[in-house]
Write a protein that binds this ligand. Structure first.
Ligand SMILES: NC(=O)c1ccc[n+]([C@@H]2O[C@H](COP(=O)([O-])OP(=O)(O)OC[C@H]3O[C@@H](n4cnc5c(N)ncnc54)[C@H](OP(=O)(O)O)[C@@H]3O)[C@@H](O)[C@H]2O)c1
Length: 304
């Protein structure tokens, strides 16, 4: 099969399309013909070599963890899904490819009307947002600050927090403010002066703060939410220094989160926009753009 892969750490252009062995579904797994692939910042962090101490790779390595596609193989012990079903979810065989294997509990059925790119945008954003909001104890009546609200995880977290009956303030640059307003999120600019800007909207601060951006800002979030207990980051490497919890590691069974977000999409109460799609051959360009850190929603690769 065709796969975008790399054989050395480095800049985006180490990522090239080449032939790779097709994966097949073993027991407790399905295989899909991939129709769309979600791009996540983690993938360029790994490709650059920055994660090699925690995650040494075997080369060649096919990046990526989330896909949407059509089931074409079913392993022993799998029920509730048939060849030809349209699904989206997490793969362990490398997503930047024509075929991918997904284990039981790692996928859900795609809403029939949802286009492939929009479906591939969902798994990481939805699973991470549900997990972080649960760990933070986000509940009805609270005011929640999402730092980095216009990206993949941020948009998911902001909308899911709203659906829990909270008031959501979200940080983003000016061009994303109207979009956040359209989702019922009150936008503020990130950066210097954040505490004062948020206090103009919420004079006594916020009940919970979720840092999705991981680009500084934790001291402001701690101040606004009255202590470290009410703050979680999913991205700031300085979490420990500030005594803030770092949420990482996918839950063992993400399928309820995937099912739930599929229902919300069918009810038209959740949206995760695709910022741009690229053919698999342009995976390096997708990484270059992801590395700028200013995407509204998700970047998507298309294998054909
Ligand atoms: N721990 C976990 O389980 C987990 C899971 C998924 C992702 N992550 C990490 O979480 C981070 C976000 O992931 P993502 O997929 O949401 O990324 P993303 O889509 O690339 O995020 C882009 C967004 O970040 C915003 N942004 C850029 N600089 C910012 C700043 N200084 N303050 C606030 N917002 C800023 C941008 O807003 P503007 O365009 O308006 O500037 C843009 O909308 C990444 O570091 C990723 O690796 C962690």
């Amino acid at each position: 099969m065709k796969a975008a892969q790399f054989s050395e750490y480095g800049e985006p252009d180490v990522l090239r399309v080449a032939e790779a062995p097709e994966p097949h579904a073993g027991a407790g797994q399905i295989r899909v013909t991939v129709h769309a692939i979600g791009v996540n910042p983690w993938e360029w962090k790994v490709r650059s070599g920055a994660m090699r101490a925690f995650l040494p790779l075997e080369f060649p390595s096919i990046p990526g963890g989330e896909v949407a596609g059509v089931v074409d193989e079913i392993g022993d012990g799998i029920t509730g899904v048939s060849v030809g079903d349209e699904v989206f979810g997490f793969t362990t065989t490398g997503a930047y490819a024509e075929y991918a294997v997904l284990a039981v509990n790692q996928f859900a059925h795609k809403p029939p009307a949802l286009p492939w790119p929009e479906a591939a945008a969902l798994p990481t954003a939805a699973e991470t947002a549900y997990r972080a909001l649960d760990e933070l104890g986000v509940a009805e009546g609270q005011t929640v600050l999402v730092n980095g609200a216009a990206g993949g995880v941020g948009l998911a977290a902001a909308q899911l927090a709203r659906l829990r009956g909270t008031t959501v303030i979200g940080t983003a640059s000016e061009p994303n403010h109207d979009f956040l307003r359209s989702l019922g999120v009150t936008p503020v600019n990130y950066g210097d002066g954040l505490v004062e800007r948020v206090r103009k909207i919420a004079p006594s601060g916020v009940d919970r703060a979720l840092d999705v951006a991981g680009r500084g800002g934790l001291p402001d979030l701690i101040e606004l939410s009255h202590g470290t207990d009410n703050v979680i980051t999913i991205a700031d490497p300085e979490a420990q220094k500030y005594g803030v919890r770092f949420s990482s590691g996918r839950s063992k069974d993400p399928s309820p989160a995937l099912d739930q977000v599929a229902r919300l999409i069918e009810q038209d109460t959740f949206t995760l926009p695709v910022a741009e799609t690229f053919p698999l051959e342009r995976a390096a360009d997708a990484h270059r753009i992801s590395q700028t850190g200013h995407i509204r929603g998700k970047l998507i690769l298309l294998p054909t």
